[in-house]
Design a protein around this ligand. Structure first.
Ligand SMILES: [Zn+2]
Length: 428
């Protein structure tokens, strides 16, 4: 079962309470069916969803009016009868915007409903050094720019989700604590709503959680029901998919694996504690090991240039660089073993710089994981490098917006005059 099927099944299991929500649920079923199974005529949609043909026709009429599906030709489904018009998920006219703010960059990833990229960019930005007010202003400016570009390409965004490296109160859109950004109790969703077009839905979530969702849907381990995603930046966060669902915990603060205390005699972490896992495997530690002569800070200036330099030194067989990467690899394996003992994932997907240096890091990390996990190699958990690059979190964020639209197609476009009474008609 793929992640998408499971999302669809979870939705279908929600009992509708009235006519309106029944219609919303059925509109969603038709759209999700078309996304998962591709273009097909009404009769095939009816068979596939278990809905009556007449119901499907009425639902499709509404989806056509809302420009969420389109007719793309004729198909004969049997020997007898008229050929049926083939319907396809359109979605080119609806956009979904995902944004990521991290210690040293801002990333935007705008897609249309079918997942095709509309805008994508990443810009260097000293979020940690600029303070929360300036960072929120800059973030709002970047979002406004992306919204303009998406409108210009006829895919206005139906919502925006912002990925933040920290503890997030998702319900209220509050960043409770983001140690590496220096943010505490920041009502980010409210602040952004005040600076963005009215009625645009704005949500905030943890970057690793969103990246884990992106990996589960689009990544190298897509469809793996038990997987852990690790952000490999200055900070290290984890997003955990357990049994096909994102593990959030009681307050939504699960996955703070970067702050697992692994070395009581270790260094001070950005969170104020000592010997956290990210002080062993974060990018700042790798840079410190490779350039011990330079003053050590929790931040890394120009991380991409530093990574290129580290790669060059590894290529040249620099023993200091090789020893540093081996040491980080061993600590990566040790933390991986803790995760395997806890949640028994099938895959640990490595993002950020871990993915960039995967060829060097993975063999050592895998050996150490197999040695230290109580089930040993029998746990059958593999480290794998993400192929989503630095876009995973923003991509997962955009995916959340797409899921919202697919769950309630009445939030975009205009309802046809004949649609169920009371159906909302929010302009897209
Ligand atoms: Zn810490």
């Amino acid at each position: 079962m793929t992640g998408r099927d499971r999302v669809a099944r979870t939705r279908a299991a929600t009992a509708p309470t009235d006519q309106l929500s029944l219609r919303r649920t059925n509109l969603s079923r038709v759209l999700v069916h078309l996304r998962d199974h591709g273009p097909r005529p009404r009769a095939t949609i009816a068979t596939g969803t278990g809905l009556h043909k007449a119901t499907v026709s009425s639902l499709v009429d509404e989806l056509l009016t809302r420009r969420l599906v389109r007719e793309i030709g004729l198909q004969r489904s049997g020997f007898a009868g008229r050929p049926g018009r083939v319907l396809a998920l359109d979605g080119a006219t609806v956009g979904a915007l995902g944004v990521e703010i991290n210690v040293d960059y801002l990333g935007v990833h705008g897609i249309d409903l079918a997942g095709r990229p509309v805008v994508e960019r990443r810009t260097a930005f000293d979020a940690a050094g600029s303070g929360p007010d300036a960072a929120v202003d800059r973030l709002a400016g970047v979002i406004r720019g992306a919204l303009r570009d998406m409108r210009r390409r006829d895919a206005p965004a139906a919502g925006v989700v912002v990925a933040v490296p920290g503890l997030i109160d998702v319900e209220r859109g509050v960043v409770v604590l983001a140690p590496n950004l220096g943010w505490r109790h920041l009502p980010l969703a409210d602040r952004l709503r005040a600076a963005l077009p009215a009625h645009l839905p704005v949500e905030v979530d943890n970057d690793a959680n969103l990246a884990a969702l992106a990996e589960y849907t689009y990544g190298v381990a897509a469809g793996t029901d038990d997987l852990v995603y690790l952000t490999g930046e200055v900070g290290v966060g984890g997003g955990m998919i357990v049994g096909g669902r994102l593990l959030r915990g009681a307050e939504g603060f699960s996955g703070e694996v970067g702050h697992l205390p692994v070395d009581p005699a270790g260094r001070r972490c950005g969170c104020g504690r000592t010997g956290c896992w990210e002080t062993k495997v974060g990018l700042a530690e790798l840079v410190r090991l490779i350039t011990p002569e330079q003053p050590h800070t929790h931040q890394v200036r120009d991380p991409e240039e530093r990574l290129r330099e580290i790669s060059r030194r590894l290529e040249a067989g620099d023993p200091v660089a090789e020893a540093a990467v081996a040491q980080v690899g061993r600590w990566l394996g040790l933390g991986g073993a803790i995760l395997v003992n806890l949640v028994n994932p099938r895959a640990i997907v490595l993002g950020g710089y871990f993915a960039t240096l995967a060829d060097r890091l993975l063999p050592t990390a895998q050996r150490e994981l197999d040695r230290l996990a109580v089930a040993g190699p029998a746990a059958r958990c593999r480290f794998v490098a993400s192929n989503l690059g630095f876009t995973a979190a923003a991509r997962g964020a955009a995916g959340v917006v797409v899921d919202r639209v697919l769950a309630d197609p009445t939030t975009v476009g205009t309802a046809p005059a004949t649609a169920a009474r009371g159906t909302s008609a929010v302009p897209g």
